[in-house]
Design a protein around this ligand. Sequence first.
Ligand SMILES: [Cu+2]
Length: 171
Amino acid sequence: MSTAARTNDRMTTVRYVLVAALVATAFFVTYSFAVANNGNEYGSVTDAGGGLGQGGSGTGAAGGAGCACCGPTGSGEPIEGETTVEGDVQRISVDASAGYDPNVIRATAGIPLEITFSQGSGCMAQVMSRDLGFFEDLTTGPKTIKLPALEAGEYGFSCGMEMVFGTIVVE
Ligand SMILES: [Cu+2]
């Protein structure tokens, strides 16, 4: 091999090494970007969880944990309760500290209904009903939901994330 050829060889090797280094760098930078972006995406998902939190709870993680600890009353085992008619209104109190107690509210048709939900947190931070059109935050204390006289039927309610349910049976 001549000196010139050997130099050429070395140049080629150097070129390969440079290209390899460039490729590696490019790959690494892309990878870092991807990881960073992924991080952001997870951030957004968490934010969305917080947003849903208006339908759920403050943070997604806490909400999930809260729901898991809603306990046996959260599993839907029926606990019946009956309203008390006082004058021209019927009332009932529901303990929303760990699932709903009662979770089956028996009410009378044709009499306005007031349901007082106790303070709730985590999974039980909000109470809502699509059937009756209410959504209340229970984190600051008990809330009384005033409903008009209802027709006979079954009306559902649930926690803000719709994981723990209750029923109002109007007869
Ligand atoms: Cu919930």
